[in-house]
Write a protein that binds this ligand. Structure first.
Ligand code: ADP
Length: 426
């Protein structure tokens, strides 16, 4: 039983309790002969009836809902409740549209106005959404049925993917709830593309391997020179698969740590010099010269030494691979004087690591995509040189983790400069 409900027995007790002092007062007055007994009895009776009447009126008021406290159905209460609902409606992250029986928009919350602009109210829904699945769902919901959620795409400056639910809203309306799933769909597509790319990258060397195995088992079984040649190619192909898998693993490890910036103090000057020394044999193969231009007395940077070595190694390695045979690769490390446009600096000072080559350069349209996984300007050339197409993706993720910046500048025919800006450890 609802404890707030008013029971007659309770009201009787309350009446007795409240009327008792008045009745007692009359009794005292009569005892001291201030009033006559009949008048005192009459006074006590009047007080009791008065209290009972007040209590009954209050009880009736409570059951109508407009008691002393002032609640929902008083004009002020109703306005407060409407304002609270409006705030709630606007605060919900999904875009919500309230539709009338003629499918015009009666209300749109803040998220819906962000998608459809400020003036959807009063307009027919079809002016904003022509998607047949959505319109069918609205018709269904207006007929009182509960249709399944549908997917819709709305065009505009940015195309949005929406998950749409139409809910009947008695007596004659529909609530259309639109969840923005653009980011989810994009992530799904990226994952699919990535899996397709990895499979494609591994399929080529795998196909080569199984082809040569078959040949060695059959036609070339007793052909010693052919066997030696094929085994050489097979070794190359399996090394290639190993490189792809190693790069993929290192990429996923870096991604995992991307949200925790490294905190070690790293001597970047020494690290860069060590990397240059390690790449000397590669440079010799291309008759290239690596020129180190490392400023004296540089402060340490904030970083992860292994990862920073990988950045230097990938950039210098690319400069050798894609640079001019017999040319010079210049590796410069100095205090940064300027930072790339649009980079939000979170540290007071940066060192700039610049790797410059004299190669063919990269056409402008490729620059924004270079750090995508498996993106290559010239796939054949990259493969011939043992490239995996993952080197710059690894560089980008390490740079992100270090809250550092990466910049590329290239002039076709002249060469390319990759620059990394590393935060100085304060
Ligand atoms: P890859 O393993 O193919 O070298 P990267 O991710 O290191 O992969 O580089 C991606 C692509 O960017 C390369 O295939 C190449 O086309 C281009 N690229 C990278 N560095 C240079 C450079 N220094 N000069 C010209 N092109 C470059």
């Amino acid at each position: 039983m609802d404890p707030s409900q008013d029971r007659p027995i309770d009201r009787l007790a309350a009446t007795a309790a409240l009327a008792a002092p008045a009745a007692l007062a009359f009794a005292v007055l009569a005892a001291f002969d201030a009033v006559d007994w009949p008048w005192a009895a009459l006074g006590a009776l009047a007080a009791t009836l008065g209290v009972a009447a007040v209590l009954r009126r209050q009880a009736a008021g409570r059951s109508r809902g407009d008691g002393v406290g002032g609640s929902a159905t008083s004009p002020a209460g109703a306005a407060a409740r409407a304002a609270a609902l409006e705030t709630l409606f606007d605060a919900l992250p999904d875009a919500l549209l309230l539709l009338g029986p003629d499918e015009t928009i009666r209300r749109a919350n803040a998220a819906a106005r962000a998608i459809f602009g400020d003036t959807p109210v009063g307009m027919p829904l079809v002016a904003f959404m022509r998607d047949p699945g959505t319109l069918d769902a609205v018709t269904e919901a207006l007929a009182g049925r509960a249709p399944e959620a549908v997917d819709a795409v709305i065009a505009g400056a940015v195309e949005r993917a929406l998950r749409v639910r139409a809910v009947p809203l008695p007596p004659d309306g529909v609530l259309l709830a639109l969840t923005d799933v653009t980011a989810v769909r994009r992530a799904e597509r990226m994952r699919r593309d990535f899996v397709a790319n990895v499979s494609h990258e591994l399929r080529t060397p795998l196909a080569a391997l199984s082809g040569f195995i078959e040949t060695l088992q059959g036609p070339a079984k007793d052909d010693a020179p052919a066997r030696a040649r094929f085994l050489g190619i097979m070794a190359q192909q399996s090394a290639r698969m190993t490189r792809i898998v190693t790069d993929l693993l290192s990429l996923s490890k870096i991604e995992e740590s991307e949200h925790t910036p490294p905190a070690d103090r790293v001597d970047a000057a020494r690290l860069v010099q060590t990397t240059i020394d390690a790449l000397a044999p590669q440079a010799r193969v291309k008759s290239a010269t690596i020129r180190a231009d490392i400023a004296d007395g540089l402060p340490p940077v904030l970083g992860d030494a292994d990862q920073l070595a990988q950045v230097a190694q990938n950039l210098i390695d690319n400069a050798i691979k894609y640079g001019r045979a017999g040319g010079t690769v210049t590796v410069r490390l100095a205090r940064a004087v300027t930072l790339p446009a649009g980079f939000v600096a979170r540290h007071g000072a940066y060192l700039a690591l610049e790797v410059r080559d004299e190669g063919e350069g990269i056409a402008r349209e490729h620059l924004p995509r270079l750090t995508e996984r498996f993106y290559r300007v010239d796939a054949g050339r990259s493969r011939d040189m043992g490239g995996t197409g993952l080197g710059l993706a690894i560089v980008k993720h390490i740079v992100n983790r270090h809250r550092a910046a990466l910049d590329v500048d290239s002039e076709p025919g002249k060469g390319t400069v990759f620059a990394v800006y590393l935060p100085v450890a304060e």
